[in-house]
Design a protein around this ligand. Structure first.
Ligand SMILES: Cc1cc2nc3c(=O)[nH]c(=O)nc-3n(C[C@H](O)[C@H](O)[C@H](O)COP(=O)(O)O)c2cc1C
Length: 234
């Protein structure tokens, strides 16, 4: 099973160790990225990706290898420490750059069969916001199955994490790894994705707003305004 592992931080603290151990329990075919080392931009707000395409983004050379790795993987694992109740700014910047691959814009068919694991650690409070936020990103990119791992570790480094917390982490990462290995990472879209897709199909059929012209063209090319669905060929 091929895994894309994205760390929302450069350093190797608790979040790194948990994300890495989860990936290693599932497969040794791991393509790993660290942000900001491998991507360090915030969105410029130029709108070029929306109007002309992601390839025209001034940062596309840096974004594309990470997105392509996600697309060619069976499983996506994303980790972020909790910073002021949010994911890291580097990770948020990355998601801004691939927002045109959201289901309402120009989703990638390959996303609709993948599973993801989203991981965050926190000293005390706010971790649920981060895993919910990461999970939302995965959902709107089309990923049908998202597993959440979140741990209050009462520490600012992996060495500072108590052994009983590390034991809990081992149990939970084992459990998720077993689930993913037994399903071979394969997943299919649920009712919420199918419903949103139908709503968007109606929206694109009935709208000719310039703001969505590039999206509509894409949906027409994919035949999604007719009978085709992004997951039908999978
Ligand atoms: C900039 C920054 C913001 C943080 N914000 C929070 C927070 O909102 N809530 C909290 O309980 N801990 C917070 N922490 C602590 C980290 O979430 C916690 O130590 C986490 O486990 C660090 O993960 P790491 O070891 O992978 O770096 C913050 C730490 C930093 C550096």
């Amino acid at each position: 099973m091929k895994i894309t592992l994205i760390h929302g931080q450069n350093h190797k603290g608790s979040t790194y160790h948990i994300a890495r151990m989860t990936a290693e329990k599932i497969s040794n075919n791991i393509n790993e990225f660290f942000l900001p080392r491998d991507f360090d931009e915030g969105c410029l707000g130029c709108g070029v990706c929306l109007n002309e395409g992601r390839d025209c983004c001034p940062h596309s050379e840096k974004v594309t290898p990470i997105l392509n790795s996600m697309l060619s993987s069976d499983l996506i694992i994303i980790g972020s420490p909790t910073y002021v109740f949010e994911m890291t700014s580097h990770l948020k910047g990355f998601f801004e750059h691939i927002s045109t691959a959201w289901i309402g814009h120009r989703p990638e068919a390959a996303m609709f069969s993948k599973a993801a694991v989203v991981i965050s650690t926190v000293a005390i409070i706010g971790v649920g916001n981060v895993t919910n936020s990461l999970s939302r990103q995965m959902f709107y990119l089309g990923v049908p199955k998202v597993h959440k791992l979140q741990f209050p570790v009462m520490a600012t480094s992996w060495d500072g994490v108590q052994n009983k917390t590390k034991d809990k982490i081992t149990v939970q990462t084992d459990k998720i790894a077993r689930k993913i290995v037994s399903s071979k990472g394969y997943a299919t879209p649920g009712i919420k994705t199918r419903f949103i897709f139908l709503m968007l199909r109606m929206f694109h059929k009935n709208n000719d707003l310039p703001l969505f012209a590039t999206d509509k063209k894409y949906w027409i090319e994919k035949k999604w305004l007719d009978k085709a669905r992004p997951w039908k060929h999978l």
